[in-house]
Design a protein around this ligand. Structure first.
Ligand code: PLP
Length: 374
């Protein structure tokens, strides 16, 4: 059996008619930028989260860049981020001239809230937690820290579409949250797309200006901005898919449960844990093993594709080399980067396919595969 790590073709096939007619509508409208579908998607995404304002942009990285710029992050500031994330969480901070201050993560890869306060100093401007793999960081603790030290709190929710903690969605307890609709995310467009959500009307307007060359109207350029727009076609695709997001997340959770039940108590394999209060949407299902590389090779030889998110933790990326971060400062993130392995998880994956993956992992651990290499 061949199990792809991710297969978007299955989802597109199941929605073919709806997607095609939405594409046709965009084509017939002749409006490819700033049409009514972008505004409608902004409205629906804001309503889905219960956050007042939503600003559509070209991608999730720009969303982070624009909101941090709108909040005044600049040269001389420090921004606290978790040591495990996609590069964008750190690179946007650097683009703004500010210093990236990494904090080690917990066993689930989320910012370790116990280690945040020791990194705060008078230059600290903001904390950007990442809701890694679909599970939200401890927003109650982070809210308290930010209130106490008067810091901005911006959530990188690129992997947390309708995830919640304590029943609260991204954007409802922070200054803002950003999302990406990159095709492989839990809600994905047909190319790049992203949004900023915020309860702050003034901030939303500032973000809109910054993403539109510094103005709200044509030929108005009040501040130095960039061009980052969501295409009408992307909004059309997202509007078709949004009604299915809840059931897709539920299906991901069911797959995670099947993995958990099948792989529990397997020596040498650590399973992801859903932290209390979290509604985990399993953007990724990430196990850990010190035998990651041989396990990965074995699974590939048996037809199962896997992935590694992320082989290099943020502090050790070449772009942060000048900061001189060491492995000793980030023991949990470093070990995680050596051991994490992402298994196939997407709504269209069948129970039989998940079972096949589990059986192969069991064979690796319990059969003679692992003993042979030990
Ligand atoms: C996907 C992702 C982004 C960036 O989104 P793009 O739309 O690819 O720019 C940022 N942060 C995290 C954690 C992501 O997973």
């Amino acid at each position: 059996m061949k199990i792809p790590f991710f297969d978007l073709k299955r989802q597109s096939a199941s929605l073919r008619g709806e997607l095609q007619s939405a594409m046709q509508q965009v084509m017939d409208s002749g409006l490819f930028i700033r049409g009514e579908k972008v505004a409608r998607f902004e409205d629906q995404w804001a309503k889905a989260l219960g956050v007042e304002h939503c600003v559509a942009l070209g991608n999730g990285t720009d969303a982070l860049y624009v909101v941090l710029k709108a909040l005044g992050v600049k040269t001389g500031d420090e921004v606290i981020v978790p040591a495990v994330s996609w590069v964008s969480t750190a690179s946007v901070v650097m683009q703004l001239g500010a210093k990236v201050v990494c904090v080690d993560v917990d066993e689930q890869g989320l910012i370790d809230v116990k280690k945040v306060e020791e990194k705060i100093n008078p230059r600290t401007k903001a904390i950007v937690p990442v809701h890694l793999f679909g599970q939200m960081a401890d927003m109650i603790a982070l809210r308290a820290i930010c209130d106490h030290h008067q810091l901005l709190l911006v959530e990188d929710a690129a992997q947390a579409h309708l995830s919640s903690i304590g029943g609260k969605y991204p954007g409802t307890t922070s200054d803002a949250a950003t999302f990406s609709f990159y095709p492989t995310k839990n809600l994905g467009a047909f190319g790049d797309a992203g949004v900023i959500v915020t309860r702050n009307a003034v901030l939303a307007q500032q973000c809109r200006m910054l993403a539109n060359q510094g103005g709200l109207a044509r030929n108005e350029h009040r501040v130095l901005g960039i061009t980052s727009r969501m295409d009408e076609l992307q909004a059309a695709m997202l509007l078709v898919k949004l009604p299915y997001l809840d059931q897709w997340n539920e299906r991901r959770r069911a797959i995670a449960t099947q993995y958990n039940q099948q792989l529990t108590e397997l020596a040498e394999i650590l399973l992801p844990i859903e932290i209390g209060g979290n509604y985990h949407t399993y953007h990724q299902y990430v196990i850990r093993s010190k035998w990651r590389e041989p396990l990965r090779e074995y699974l590939q030889s048996e037809g199962v594709s896997t992935d590694v998110h992320y082989p290099v933790a943020l502090p050790f990326l070449p772009i942060l080399r000048d900061l001189g971060y060491t492995k000793e400062e980030f023991p949990v993130a470093y070990l995680a980067s050596q051991e994490m392995l992402s298994l196939p998880i997407f709504p269209e994956l069948s129970d039989e396919e998940v079972q096949y993956v589990c059986d192969r992992i069991k064979k690796f651990v319990e059969g003679n595969v692992l003993t042979a290499i030990q």
